[in-house]
Ligand binder design. Structure first.
Ligand SMILES: CC(C)(COP(=O)(O)OP(=O)(O)OC[C@H]1O[C@@H](n2cnc3c(N)ncnc32)[C@H](O)[C@@H]1OP(=O)(O)O)[C@@H](O)C(=O)NCCC(=O)NCCS
Length: 260
């Protein structure tokens, strides 16, 4: 890598200041993540003439084949619109390709700040111009009126794999508020239940988070798990789109949403 180098713990203060030059809340969230054990791992500092002016990186989701998510990606506010963001992302994408990446995803909000306007508009423009395509939009995700847009980029040609259907019995085992959202919830689950999921099981989860003040619930499952869709739709969830080839080529991530 040319201008990117691995982020160290000693970079945290500088990088948090770069993020803070755009958004105080993101800076706080990012700092909490960086300060966890191993929190700077897979993050990269972008340097120009020896000075750190940006950060980017990736995270690898579990149970997927060479799938990557872009993590906190910022260029110091004083240095934007000079082509640094494009160079930084091109370097990172080349690196992810080198290490075998198959698909790269990124989440963006459509938040419009009363003073600064659409603060992620440049990012959205940049991602699209690098070849990312919008795959999913969750309305009212982060908060009422604030959409989450997920874009995906293929890094390798698609393989024609034979996908087996999976009739597993999933069981919900917890509810949680989704990070970075106000009152949007999801359920955790495992796939060793004793019987197939039923609408009644889903309703238990819905009632639990409604009692906690949930504004919306978002769930997602691999597309080859074939006995999940019906009970979700019967209990009031709607199809909310999919992330194509998320788990592997031919296995999408199907998304479902339910609003209060
Ligand atoms: C996104 C970001 C990293 C880009 O860095 P950068 O150094 O400004 O990037 P570049 O100069 O290479 O490119 C910026 C592009 O956005 C365009 N742009 C700038 N402001 C824009 C706006 N308000 N609406 C649409 N496009 C805009 C520029 O014209 C340029 O596009 P071009 O190369 O086609 O002309 C930087 O703006 C940033 O840190 N933003 C805030 C954080 C953020 O949104 N992070 C991503 C969250 S997922």
């Amino acid at each position: 890598m040319k201008n990117l180098r691995e982020m160290q713990e000693s970079d945290i203060d500088k990088i948090v200041a770069i993020i803070d030059s755009h958004d105080e809340d993101d800076a706080e969230e990012a700092e909490a993540g960086y300060r966890q054990m191993g929190g700077t791992y897979d993050n990269y500092v972008y340097e120009v003439n020896g000075e750190a002016i940006g950060v980017t990186g990736f995270a690898i989701p579990p149970a997927c084949e060479h799938t990557y998510w872009l993590s906190w990606t910022y260029i110091d506010d004083e240095q934007t619109n000079k082509g640094h963001g494009r160079k930084m992302l091109n370097e990172l994408i080349a690196h992810i390709k080198d290490v075998g990446g198959r698909k790269l995803f990124v989440k963006v909000s459509d938040y419009v700040d009363p003073e600064d306007g659409a603060i992620y508009a440049a990012a959205l423009h940049l991602y699209k111009s690098l070849g990312f395509e919008v795959e999913l939009s969750h309305k009212h995700f982060y908060d009422q009126g604030e959409t989450q847009i997920i874009l995906g980029l293929r890094l390798k040609d698609k393989e024609d794999l034979i996908i087996e259907e999976d009739e597993c019995n999933i069981q919900f085992d917890g509810v949680f508020e989704i990070a970075e959202t106000d009152d949007a919830y999801s359920f955790s689950w495992h796939d060793e239940g004793e019987y197939p999921l039923e609408a009644e099981d889903v309703k238990v989860g819905i009632n639990a988070v409604r009692n906690d003040g949930a504004r919306a619930i978002f769930l997602s499952f691999p597309s080859n798990m074939i006995n999940i869709k019906d009970p979700l739709l019967q209990s009031g969830f709607s199809n909310a789109g999919k992330l194509k080839d998320y788990y592997d080529d031919g296995i999408d991530e199907n998304h479902y949403s339910l609003y209060r």
